[in-house]
Design a protein around this ligand. Structure first.
Ligand SMILES: C[S@@+](CC[C@H](N)C(=O)[O-])C[C@H]1O[C@@H](n2cnc3c(N)ncnc32)[C@H](O)[C@@H]1O
Length: 331
């Protein structure tokens, strides 16, 4: 999912109003990249105008693409579900709101909890440019998500790219609290071994709290992937001209690697348990496509040959994070 024109121009206006010079913006973008892709906790200095501007230009399109992919997998698994309330914890500039309202038009009450007042103010201003009324009317709460002042049940609770910023000792109680207040809880993290490890730890807490997997796992059993492998997917997102200038390279898109988990506490949780999840971009060779899968029976590789025309056509369309085998409508 790429940025809408409204979001893109709202970001451009915010960045212009901050008046941050190009060199400072490029340095802030490089620091953010190290912070979120490197090993260890994604903590850093407090948000400045330069780092917020760099986040809007270089990270928000990627976190939006990743979150939208995770939420779309939830929507595919629960096709009749129409969530109305959304809680976005550690919401930053409200990225999750923009992704979620495009996946579910039904959302009509949105709340963001974000501790940084500057980030929150930027997110609130950007949201005023949204076409979706619920996004314009969202409630923005300046609070620490590990403190207990904002508890609110919601149909959908999302924590995107925030777990890694929390002190390790606070993560399990935080996840348990979210799991207990959500019909569906979604966690998104960078697609690094560390990020995937945090999602796995969250999975244990969410399942122990009574949740059941919605996506991406095909089962609720222990994760069968062993190091050096780790569970991650990729979302392809368009790059703006400023993004290319700040991060270098000419490619018109980038692939954001992400890990995620979604768990439900309500009765329709199992509707979408998939037989197999495609873990990597399929490898395409002449006459054959190789799929790396996580299945109910554990990790596996499936080779689809051109002679099997229906499956071959479906395998050409499937991407990292998709489900396998294809349903009748995928063929
Ligand atoms: C990497 S940003 C992610 C923003 C957004 N969710 C996204 O996906 O683009 C992480 C955000 O979490 C916020 N944050 C970190 N720790 C927090 C805490 N304890 N309470 C509230 N917000 C927190 C940070 O201020 C930052 O805005």
């Amino acid at each position: 999912m790429n940025l809408t024109d409204e979001l893109q121009s709202a970001i451009a206006d915010e960045v212009a109003a901050m008046g941050v010079g190009h060199r400072e913006l490029a340095a802030a973008a490089a620091a953010l990249s190290r912070r979120y892709r490197g090993p260890g906790p994604a903590t850093g200095p407090p948000w400045s105008d330069a780092s917020i501007a760099a986040y809007l230009v270089t990270r928000l399109p990627a976190t939006l693409g990743a979150t939208a992919a995770a939420l779309s997998a939830v929507a595919a698994a629960r096709p009749r579900w129409r969530p109305r309330t959304l809680l976005d914890v550690g919401g930053g500039p409200g990225t999750v709101l923009w992704a979620a309202t495009r996946v579910w038009e039904s959302l009509d009450r949105l709340m963001v909890v974000e501790r940084n007042p500057r980030m929150l103010a930027v997110g609130r201003r950007i949201a005023q440019r949204a076409p979706h009324p619920a996004l314009r009317d969202a409630t923005w709460l300046a609070s620490d998500v590990t403190a207990g002042h904002w508890d609110q049940p919601a149909d959908l609770v999302v924590a995107a790219y925030v777990l890694g910023e929390l002190p390790p000792a606070t993560r399990a109680p935080f996840i348990e609290r979210l799991a207990n207040s959500a019909s569906v809880l979604v966690m998104v993290e960078p697609g690094t071994p560390d990020g995937s490890g945090r999602v796995l730890a969250a999975r244990e807490v969410a399942l122990a709290a009574g949740g059941r997997t919605v996506a991406p796992c095909p089962h609720d059993d222990a994760c069968p992937l062993a190091a050096p492998d780790w569970c991650h997917f990729a979302a392809r997102v368009a790059r703006t001209r400023l993004h290319r200038q700040l991060k270098g390279g000419q490619a018109p898109y980038e692939d954001e690697k992400f890990s995620y988990g979604a768990w439900a506490s309500d009765a329709i949780a199992c509707e979408g348990m998939v037989p197999g999840r495609v873990l990597r971009h399929p490898r395409i060779d002449p006459g054959r496509i190789t799929l790396t899968l996580c299945t109910v029976g554990g990790p596996s590789t499936e080779v689809v040959i051109a002679r099997d025309r229906g499956s071959f056509k479906a395998a050409r369309k499937v991407t990292s994070g998709g489900t396998w085998p294809p349903t009748a409508s995928d063929r």
